[in-house]
Design a protein around this ligand. Sequence first.
Ligand code: GSH
Length: 377
Amino acid sequence: MAKLWRPFNNNSQHGDVIAHLTTTTANMAASMAKLWRPVYAMRGLVLFRPPGGHRSKRSWTGFAAGGLFGAWTARNWWEERGKHLAQEADTEVHSELHLTLYQYKTCPFCSKVRAFLDYHNLPYKVVEVNPLMRKEIRFSTYRKVPIVLTEGTARLQLNDSAFISSVLKSYMISAEKDLEKITSYYPEIESTDARGKAMMTRSNKYHVMRAEGPLPPDDVIKTEVEWRKWVDNHLVHLISPNVYRTPKEALASFDYIVREGKFGRWEGLAAKYVGAAAMYLISKRLKKRHNMRDDVRQDLYSAANEWLVAVGKKRPFLGGDDPNLADLEVFGVFRVMEGLQAFDDVLTRTKLGPWYHRMHAAIEAGVGVHWEGFERT
Ligand SMILES: N[C@@H](CCC(=O)N[C@@H](CS)C(=O)NCC(=O)O)C(=O)O
């Protein structure tokens, strides 16, 4: 059975991408299209508690049913608690940064961050967030995932996938190792989202800061930045319309999301059917919003091909002999579709496979630590 908490090399799991995608897509779609209402309705459902009818002397049936329900709930709670404690123990990791990643496992932005952390062999603890209640991130006014907390050399909260990778990469290659100073190179600025709604973001978030050492050539930096932006501004938008393309695919996607995500039993059941129906409809709107073709797969194939052209035939990765941040982020996004029809179709209809498998292997080997000049511990 799939583990909810997977601190190391969790990227290779088959359904990883799908769950991420589903949740992320659902979330993105909902916030963008103001269509998140089915989920809010579900949050309401989750909060609903049946009245204490079972306490009535007149209703023994109600009492028995209530008792059974209570026992069942307690058993579930106990099971969940046991699982949680075991996972906590698993994730007892030590690094100077003491990173904790708050995520939805199937969210593409979270998958991007995991790809980064795993490739660079940075140990981290994972907290899977319940997408309905989001209790796990109650401490934060920023209500999205991924969030990374650093509790080692500095206590910081890093929001936004691109910002997280850029900050941590800058930290890894810096001699000074001053995380706070590094984040100050990414000042918060007001921006607008895909719908034109005001939001806070970080300037320079697609850039790695290099205080010392030789700078890579301009075109190398430019290409990496350009493709990282492409991931956030183009590639992620293709996910929902593709994984919720038909009712059957929407159901398969939500089945995966629920299986891999953190849902209670009833929540999961409701999420699967309500979520699949909602996202099937929402994805049609998203398709229009992002000017996608009627056959949305064509846009996904085009994106894969565009990326492969950028990588070229002469090098294994866009970054050259080793993946750069764009490679990791493109991989992170495609990974959330793994196990779904959309992913199988991409592998069959394009030549993405070899690059994708090289990425898997590179991440599993954690070669980043090596090529950055760090000693593997
Ligand atoms: N720009 C952000 C986007 C993060 C994002 O949209 N996350 C979604 C999940 S995929 C989210 O948390 N949505 C809010 C919600 O769940 O209510 C990033 O790159 O991290």
